[in-house]
Design a binder for this molecule. Structure first.
Ligand SMILES: Nc1nc2c(ncn2[C@@H]2O[C@H](COP(=O)(O)OP(=O)(O)O)[C@@H](O)[C@H]2O)c(=O)[nH]1
Ligand SMILES: [Mg+2]
Length: 392
């Protein structure tokens, strides 16, 4: 074929295909979704005014994240998940906290994951250090011993400082002053189901002070003396303990021992005013004076949970059963129709689903607590633990 012929055929074929595309109706076309530029972008991001990025939200609330610069990728994963499943329609702000200044790379890498406001706070030195009454050499000796005895994270100094901060200080950071509620997030957590309601609004409307998704039994060797400290606190400050609380959830053998039940605090939506209360601060100060954040490895999950059970009542706490959540290695994966309805991607029958695993039964024990109209029998044991752990 000559060059002229080739050009002729190329032009001919092009003209014919354009004509066919223009005049022939493709039956599949109407079923397909096409990118339609601005209109499409607007639709998926459309949010009620109050939830627009700069709008005044119905609840004074923020995500609060303690995180290291080195965890940027895990942080972006967690943000991608919460934005996709919830926050792209709500635009609640994020507050990032760190014991060292955030790098430009971290700020840029997180700011760009959301349209919501992000702020970055440095933790004051006095909130991330040994209190004066702690013998630092003794603490370091204890870390060594805890390492030898396989106490979970017991040998890691920064973990002790972190648990102390999360127990006694996060709610005092100046960047949180303007908020009433917070939702704790950690790098690498995942939200595997749609959250098609506003949990902050749910907390505010229901006047809930604390909420959870997963409960576990604590490792006994992280808290050898915490229960004796709690008993002493109750004797020292009887006026701070309300007549009705959730003591049965934490006490067994008539109050002699701790059940080990705690809310897994890496997920937490709570009322900051609870943590700022005189009761909570007095409780934290008392525990701090006992030295267990450093001579043992008391975790903030246990401390928050003990305080909730001492100072609050069943009605103050909400269990987000159908809010899908994953923090290695546990999942809270909704069961039954909820899984379909909420477009979940978690595995319902995984061994470590808190909805089904006995080790996470403290949530169901919580459900069995007497309500305000029920007759209370404090001597009645509430549960028979699957794991017979030995607590003091
Ligand atoms: N800035 C900072 N954050 C920390 C430090 N240690 C832990 N964290 C954060 O505290 C949270 C809990 O720590 P993580 O390593 O996830 O502990 P785990 O969930 O108990 O296994 C996470 O959000 C971490 O990013 C630290 O030394 N500095
Ligand atoms: Mg974690």
């Amino acid at each position: 074929m000559s060059k002229t012929n080739a050009v002729f055929w190329a032009v001919f074929v092009t003209i014919v295909s354009i004509a066919l595309n223009t005049f022939i109706e493709h039956p599949v076309l109407p079923q397909l979704q096409f990118w339609d530029g601005f209109k499409f972008t607007k639709t998926i991001n459309e949010v009620p005014d109050m939830y627009s990025p700069n709008g005044t939200k119905p609840v004074k609330a923020a995500f609060v994240i303690l995180v290291r610069n080195t965890e940027l990728i895990g942080m972006r994963k967690a943000m991608q998940s919460i934005e996709d499943r919830f926050n792209r329609k709500h635009n609640y702000p994020y507050v990032f906290l760190n014991d060292v200044p955030f790098t430009e790379e971290f700020i840029e890498g997180t700011r760009t994951m959301t349209r919501a406001k992000t702020s970055y706070g440095l933790i004051p030195k006095e909130h991330w250090s040994y209190p004066d009454h702690i013998d630092v050499d003794l603490a370091k000796q204890k870390y060594k011993e805890m390492g030898e005895n396989s106490v979970h994270y017991g040998a890691t100094e920064s973990y002790h400082l972190m648990c102390n901060f999360q127990s006694g200080y996060f709610f005092r950071h100046p960047l949180l002053e303007e908020y009433d509620y917070y939702w704790r997030i950690e790098p690498n957590v995942e939200y595997p189901c749609d959250i098609d309601f506003d949990p902050f609004l749910h907390m505010q409307n229901g006047n809930y002070k604390y909420s959870f998704t997963i409960t576990l039994y604590e490792y006994p060797n992280t808290i050898p003396t915490i229960w004796s400290a709690v008993k002493e606190f109750i004797e020292t400050y009887p006026e701070l303990i309300p007549e009705r609380n959730a003591f049965q959830w934490i006490a067994r053998d008539g109050g002699k021992k701790y059940t080990g039940c705690h809310f897994w605090s890496n997920f937490e939506i709570a009322d900051l005013r609870f943590f700022r209360s005189k009761e909570y601060i007095t409780f934290y100060d008392f525990l701090s004076s006992k030295g267990g954040f450093f001579y043992e490895r008391w975790g903030d999950a246990v401390v928050h949970s003990l305080a909730v059970a001492l100072f609050l009542q069943k009605e103050d706490v909400y269990w987000f059963k159908d809010l899908g959540y994953f923090h290695h290695p546990w999942t809270n994966c909704p069961l039954g129709d909820e899984w379909i309805k909420r477009k979940c991607t978690c595995t319902q029958d995984t061994l470590l689903n808190s909805q089904t695993h006995k080790y996470a039964e403290c949530g169901f024990v919580w459900d069995k607590l007497p309500g305000k109209d029920d007759k209370v029998d404090l001597n009645e044991p509430l549960y028979s633990p699957y794991y017979e752990l030995d607590y003091n």
